[in-house]
Design a protein around this ligand. Sequence first.
Ligand SMILES: Cc1cc2nc3c(=O)[nH]c(=O)nc-3n(C[C@H](O)[C@H](O)[C@H](O)COP(=O)(O)OP(=O)(O)OC[C@H]3O[C@@H](n4cnc5c(N)ncnc54)[C@H](O)[C@@H]3O)c2cc1C
Length: 488
Amino acid sequence: MLKTTQLSQERFSSLSTVSRVVIVGGGFSGATIGRLLALSRLFRREEMVIFEPRSRLGAGVAYDTNDPSLRLNVAAHRMRAIPGDPQRFARWFCETGRSGRDPEAGTKGAIYARRGDFADFMDNEMRPLLESGDILHMCERVTSIRRQNGCWRIEGTAGTILHADIVVVATGHPPPRTPAQFASGLQCHPRFISNPSSPCAFQKIQQSDNIIVIGAGLTALDVLATLRACGHGGEITLLSRSGLLPRPQATGSFALDGDLLKCFPKTALGLLQQVRSAIDEVTEKGLPWQSVFDALRHQGQAIWQALPPEGQRRFLRHLCRWFEIHRFRMPPQIKELVVRETATGRLHIRAGRIVSAAYDSQHILIDIATAPHRSIEQARAQWLILATGPDHENAIGHEACLLDLERVGLITKDPHGLGIKCDRENRAVARDGTPVEGLLIAGPLARGTFGELTSVPEIVDQAEKIVERIRQMHFTGTRRMAMRIDAE
Ligand SMILES: Cc1cc2nc3c(=O)[nH]c(=O)nc-3n(C[C@H](O)[C@H](O)[C@H](O)COP(=O)(O)OP(=O)(O)OC[C@H]3O[C@@H](n4cnc5c(N)ncnc54)[C@H](O)[C@@H]3O)c2cc1C
């Protein structure tokens, strides 16, 4: 694989070459689109390029980890990572002997594999396509995307310049944003960790140090699991506005048949009422409430798109947290850890909002406006870790190449602050409101338009649609490309 990449990279750096499709970002979204395009045989060898600075494709922010304490939040048989073969990951996990090497993965009939194993699985899927040259992996970051003479000019950090008919933006999850109240006082403080997924983030934490984690979602639980696995034994407080933790996965096998909602609500309140009555119905039948949220995801995009913009706004404002803790649940291993830690008194969950932060020689000191009465309480700890998850609202601002596109009006923020605005065919929507041909937005970046678009199965469904769209564009004729470049 490396050989192919290096050879091509040298050639591509010295020539201004034409390729048909460039995918910017080779996390799960970009890799899945690349894989499907390669298998579709729409393009000749070396016409399909993925720019990704990580050494492997398909891992991205979510799965690029060697930390054995980080597990998938979804059972292996529900990952559905490979279109047409939904059980492939679960099968691969057993066939490659991973279940033997990770006996804690299996719990009550389901496997919750390590995230790093899922990255290995994706690597295994991508490798043959890289070796055959059907996909070229440019192991570098894209710094600039420009429209030039009717095609796209893409430039990477290593100096590669490519021209393409189609660009797929799959830059995924941006890093977290430091809240304004810390930005001046703490941003550079050595015991304030603003990105817990950066390598060696926890290296300097001593075993008995007390820690406040900002956030109580799955990212915060990752922090808890990693610290405990490293032998950290001090007190950990998870602090969030709601003080609510993700709910646990249900055990056993269950699935609801057919569509959960017969008609789509027009308001956020209507949605809440329908979901609540569905939960009542299934629990009467002896099924877990989790089955409702699993069934909802099949209709998630249609439900979101049926809500008028005001309904979407109200959902995000009032229901989003409630929805997320039920929809994105913790795996059983993490639930056991939380129960254990709470019982020993080393884990605290607090509801409140940080209003200010300061530090002395020993501690970081924070003022918390506590819910529900908003009285101010003080807390102190040796470390403060930001675990609020990706800063989707500022997805464009984190990437120079996206800022380029925004500056010339070819992309805009999605109005709900969920990513980049696109139409239902995944085309970026320009500042003047028109769709931009040949510039497609993939993965969670497109959530503003589609709603439910975070997890593997939804990303796979979207990838299939994007590939179909590219197929249509391909056949409407873009083969004049080489002539355009020659003329430049
Ligand atoms: C911690 C975590 C755990 C998750 N666990 C699960 C789970 O158990 N089950 C499930 O179904 N879903 C899970 N998800 C959700 C889901 O799998 C992710 O939403 C999905 O991986 C998104 O993939 P992506 O490629 O769009 O984004 P990312 O994973 O963010 O990948 C984007 C890639 O783009 C690259 N990139 C960024 N900028 C540039 C640039 N300028 N040039 C070139 N490359 C660039 C980055 O290096 C990165 O590799 C999880 C998500 C997270 C964050």
